[in-house]
Design a protein around this ligand. Structure first.
Ligand SMILES: Cc1cc2nc3c(=O)[nH]c(=O)nc-3n(C[C@H](O)[C@H](O)[C@H](O)COP(=O)(O)OP(=O)(O)OC[C@H]3O[C@@H](n4cnc5c(N)ncnc54)[C@H](O)[C@@H]3O)c2cc1C
Length: 310
């Protein structure tokens, strides 16, 4: 049996987890924040954040997350490294398996986030943040009056292609098949938009660039076998996102894509367990919404521990 029963254990040290930790530690709840890798979450992989309020001119992702951590330290948030592997409901106490050991808490906040799928081609990693992006909402505005590509064929790829036409001079929608999976209305809008050219049956084989960033992509047509180099200033990969909730299958209610289902107050299907940020099914996955969720989940955990909500 573990010695310590925390009031709250937060799983994940991204914007949602750090915000929840700020609120619970400031409220003097005995809190442990658990992070499997480096603190800061997905924001650590982005060079510039321009849409988080309070930072005119933008701020580097790692700098922003360092401020989140420093702010939590002011209130004595306890953090540790470890990966949550299981969660069991023992009524008033929840048991977490972390790297084979057991931790206990009266309430749990899940903020394990999500991970965009990569193409896995040469050069992709080298140019992340220097041309290669996984989020048009985040980075589209950096690509004004230049040619960019979006990779994918679903609703997200189609919506992001349309969004990118607000900034880019031309948007190539590159899809490995000969038809899009996106809804008909989006397909019609893609077809009607003069700035978008769809490259069917085409895959990216390599991302090329120099010290200024990405300069082109090596393409291959899967039907003809033809290869060519397409000059591009940016490339947005929209081939899927994986929520980091695999260890919660059969424990909490998840949707078909593996996102944790919650109500508007971040309550999950297990009493005393809350979910916040990108791991939760919701419409917009951004730092601002992760922060909002983290605050809501923390306040709900506090109310639960005080017996005000079930
Ligand atoms: C390249 C890129 C650029 C972006 N740019 C912007 C931007 O400019 N503006 C904006 O608003 N949003 C941006 N986003 C989106 C934003 O980063 C996310 O919406 C936000 O980080 C979500 O926060 P989160 O705390 O929910 O999850 P995450 O940031 O994903 O953090 C989750 C954390 O949980 C940890 N974790 C996962 N599983 C476990 C486990 N089992 N045990 C312990 N720890 C675990 C992970 O290691 C991670 O650190 C960007 C995303 C990417 C990928």
């Amino acid at each position: 049996m573990p010695d310590t029963v925390y009031d709250v254990i937060i799983i994940g040290g991204g914007p949602a987890g750090l915000t929840a930790g700020l609120y619970t530690s400031r409220a003097k709840l005995k809190t442990l924040l658990l992070e499997r890798m480096i603190m800061g979450g997905q924001v650590m992989t982005t060079t510039k954040v321009e849409n988080y309020p309070g930072f005119p001119g933008g701020i580097d992702g790692p700098d922003l997350m360092m401020r989140f951590q420093e702010h939590c330290q002011e209130f004595g948030l306890e953090v540790t490294t470890g990966e949550a592997e299981g969660l069991v409901d023992n009524g008033d106490v929840k048991r977490l398996t972390v790297d084979g050991k057991e931790l206990s808490a009266r309430a749990v906040i899940i903020t394990t986030g999500a991970e965009p799928s990569k193409l896995g081609v040469d050069g992709e990693d080298s140019f992340i943040g220097r041309g290669v992006s996984y989020c048009a909402t985040c980075d589209g505005a950096f690509f004004r009056d230049v040619e960019v590509a979006i990779i994918g064929g679903g609703d997200t790829a189609a919506e992001e292609a349309l969004f990118l036409t607000r900034f880019a001079s031309k948007v190539y929608l590159i899809h490995r098949r000969d038809e899009l999976r996106a809804t008909k209305i989006l397909q019609d809008r893609i077809e009607a938009n003069d700035k978008i050219e769809v490259l069917w049956d085409t895959v990216i084989e390599k991302v090329n660039g120099d010290n200024t960033g990405m300069t082109s992509a090596a393409l291959k047509n899967l039907k003809s076998g033809e290869t060519r180099d397409l000059p591009l200033a940016g490339m947005f990969v929209a081939i899927g996102v994986t929520p980091k909730a695999h260890f919660l299958t059969k424990v909490l209610e998840l949707d078909g894509d593996g996102y944790v289902l919650t109500d508007a107050e971040c309550r999950t299907s297990m009493s005393g367990v809350f979910a916040a940020g990108d791991v939760r099914k919701k419409i917009l996955k951004q730092i601002a919404t992760a922060v909002g969720d983290g605050a809501v989940a923390a306040i709900m955990a506090e109310k639960y521990l005080d017996g005000f909500v079930e």
